[in-house]
Design a protein around this ligand. Structure first.
Ligand SMILES: C[S@@+](CC[C@H](N)C(=O)[O-])C[C@H]1O[C@@H](n2cnc3c(N)ncnc32)[C@H](O)[C@@H]1O
Length: 517
């Protein structure tokens, strides 16, 4: 029984080693599925490791890259445990890997795949980093490798946690922000610190693996492209003329009772109940009545991590798009996005809402396309909207959860959620589409840009290894049919649809009353 299983694996290795180019993908997936399933080993894994390593000596670079990815996947099947048998077997030929890495063409698939494999051996941290330094790795690659090769120290009162994506040194926080982080970390239990550490390690390995896997299948990735226009590091949102809200008074509604709101410079007051919502520097806080939390608390949120929006646009988003889009050659540039927004958003009468507008990079494009007087921006986080308001002083901003939009039925001319749905809690996506549809006028459009799950189990695993606050069990992208089903259920009919890699762009139209089947 065992012999025939072993025979089957060596046969799969031979098949992979000898497969013609047009059968290579299939032979590789077959081999992978015999030894690895969604992050777990199979009963064939351990005895197969020496055969995989031996195979490295007899195949071309493209196959060596694929083998290095597979060995890396196997090296982490026992994580977070550090000393499993599979890990030890994969680690044993370390010298072989290091020699291969020194010779591999720099920045290409094999070199990146070996970095992924070598990132699993904290025991050999100094040896691996010494070669990295000889090879003059770029700062972002070096930073990820450095972090992956660190072990968790339970006695460290201030472990560096929560700042792993897209690479630790990308977080150029100032001293006040670091103090904020330290206080957050200090409030965690020992178990919480360890759990977050392992999530960060998983995020770093997932990023290294995803990039390497793409490079093995394609070519050298290009560096992430920062957009031309970035938010300031320290946003200073201006006070707002109440007129920027008043011109949309017909659309706004009290989130508590649904009656109209009346705007002054400092607040929006409900005409139906006692609800009053503070406006601070052009940001309407529809999450709390003005009598409640108070402006001081609201403003204090802005200063906790003031450089967050700058970081997101300069570092996080360009990398997130490459990762989730499977587009490491960067085809979805800011210029392409601006053009798409201008082409796809078709408003009828009424304001145009940017849902999950964040720091406003795409709100700028929307305002350019439809005119800033038509735009309202909405987001959960005041830190994001502070940047948006700094850049777009004529655009009113609303702090709200998109599950409850403070607008009346059929009042909006169009809505956009660009690079946004995947930031919602997964289970919130369908209710948020229903809420957007409720607020749209018939004929108004909802335009969105998001990502679907990869059909390749290896790439899906790498994306799913990323842990962000809204995806504590790992990043999950959409099944496109399910996503479109939610739009249909919300009464939104898909009018335009396109895709680049795993990124998709959809424009759906609110049906006129009585046209739903
Ligand atoms: C990935 S960022 C994208 C922001 C912006 N569209 C961009 O690409 O620059 C996602 C944003 O969604 C916001 N967000 C997440 N869940 C939300 C919700 N339920 N309602 C409103 N905004 C939400 C976050 O605060 C964050 O600013």
């Amino acid at each position: 029984m065992v012999d025939s299983a072993a025979h089957s694996v060596t046969a799969s290795i031979d098949l992979f080693a000898g497969a013609p180019a047009d059968r290579l993908a299939e032979a590789y997936q077959r081999l992978v599925s015999e030894l690895w399933r969604d992050g777990r080993a199979t009963e064939h894994t351990l005895p197969a490791v020496p055969h995989l390593v031996a195979c490295l000596d007899r195949v071309d670079e493209a196959r060596q890259g694929r083998l290095a990815i597979l060995l890396g996947l196997l090296a982490e099947v026992e994580r977070p445990a550090a000393h499993g048998r599979v890990h030890a077997a994969v680690r044993a030929p370390l010298d072989r890997y290091l020699t291969l890495w020194r010779r591999a063409p720099r920045g290409q698939g094999l070199s990146l795949a070996l970095q992924y494999l070598l990132a699993h051996f904290p025991e050999d941290r100094h040896r691996v980093l010494a070669v990295a330094d000889d090879l003059s790795l770029d700062a972002d690659y070096r930073s990820r490798l450095d972090r992956a090769l660190l072990r968790f120290d339970a006695d460290d009162p201030e472990p560096q946690i929560g700042r792993a994506f897209p690479y630790p040194t990308a977080w150029e926080m100032d001293e006040r922000e670091r103090a904020h982080d330290r206080a957050q970390v200090a409030s965690l239990s020992a178990e919480q610190k360890a759990a977050q550490w392992h999530k960060d390690t998983s995020t770093v390995l997932g990023f290294i693996g995803a990039q390497a896997y793409w490079a093995v299948l394609h070519d050298a990735p290009i560096p992430p492209i920062e957009p031309d226009s970035l938010p300031p590091r320290y946003p200073d949102p201006p006070e707002a003329d109440p007129e920027i809200f008043r011109r949309h008074e017909a659309a706004f509604r009290c989130p508590k009772c649904g009656e109209s709101l009346r705007f002054t410079a400092a607040a929006a007051r409900c005409t139906g109940c006692a609800g009053a919502y503070r406006i601070t520097r052009g940001m309407l806080d529809s999450t709390a009545s003005a009598g409640g939390t108070g402006g001081a608390d609201f403003l204090s949120q802005l200063v906790k991590i003031p450089t967050m929006a700058h970081f997101i646009e300069s570092k996080a988003r360009p990398n997130f798009k490459r990762l989730c889009g499977f587009t490491w050659d960067g085809p979805v540039t800011a210029g392409v996005e601006e053009k798409l927004i201008a082409e796809l958003v078709h408003p009828v009468d009424g304001p145009v809402l940017d849902v999950a507008a964040g720091p406003g990079g795409f709100t700028l494009a929307l305002a350019k396309a439809v005119g800033h007087q038509r735009v309202i921006a909405l987001d959960l986080m005041p830190q994001m909207l502070a940047s948006l308001r700094h850049r777009l002083p004529q655009v009113p901003a609303v702090v709200a959860n998109a599950r409850t939009l403070p607008f009346g039925d059929g009042t909006l001319g169009a809505a956009m959620c660009w690079n946004g749905p995947h930031a919602f809690l997964y289970e919130d996506t369908a209710p948020i589409f229903a809420e957007i549809s409720r607020c749209l006028r018939p004929g108004g459009t909802f335009t969105t840009y998001s990502f679907r799950d990869s059909g390749d189990p290896i790439y899906r695993y790498f994306v799913g290894s990323h842990h962000f606050p809204q995806s504590e069990h790992g990043l999950r992208m959409y099944d496109l049919d399910e996503f479109k089903g939610w739009l249909a259920d919300a009464g939104l009919v898909v009018r335009e649809e396109s895709a680049v890699g795993l990124a998709f762009f959809i424009t759906a139209e609110k049906q006129a009353l009585g046209t739903r089947g």
